[in-house]
Design a binder for this molecule. Sequence first.
Ligand SMILES: N=c1c2ncn([C@@H]3O[C@H](COP(=O)(O)OP(=O)(O)OP(=O)(O)O)[C@@H](O)[C@H]3O)c2ncn1[C@@H]1O[C@H](COP(=O)(O)O)[C@@H](O)[C@H]1O
Length: 109
Amino acid sequence: MSKQEQDLDELYAMIKDRKENPVKGSYTDYLFTKGLDKILKKVGEESTEVIVASKNNNEELQYETADLLYHLMVLLVEKDLPFDAIKKELASREGLMSKTKDRDEIKKL
Ligand SMILES: N=c1c2ncn([C@@H]3O[C@H](COP(=O)(O)OP(=O)(O)OP(=O)(O)O)[C@@H](O)[C@H]3O)c2ncn1[C@@H]1O[C@H](COP(=O)(O)O)[C@@H](O)[C@H]1O
């Protein structure tokens, strides 16, 4: 039975496992075999698809966001950047007040 929600830590771990233990015919293995340029092209393509989907409807936005998150995870694994590092980075920002006074473009509004 498929799960209701994908855990992002588990997704990262699965992608990392695909890199360490390649599975022939797997899409993730295909990306790692093609290498960084291919992964970067996919991240760019999926980012554009998120932008276009945002204009259309939330069903498309949901689908394309999932594609982008998956490809970003592949990029993090390719670059050996742990997903925990991203979570720590986000956690370090929690509770921080945005400094709008430092931003000229906001001052002018
Ligand atoms: N979450 C995903 C996921 N999201 C998107 N995709 C793939 O991303 C691709 C995006 O579609 P596109 O049309 O943009 O790309 P394409 O035409 O298939 O291929 P190219 O353009 O790259 O040549 C599709 O082939 C999807 O199957 C994913 N592939 C795998 N996963 C996860 O990774 C796990 C391991 O998957 P495998 O590597 O396939 O075993 C799976 O169990 C999933 O949990």
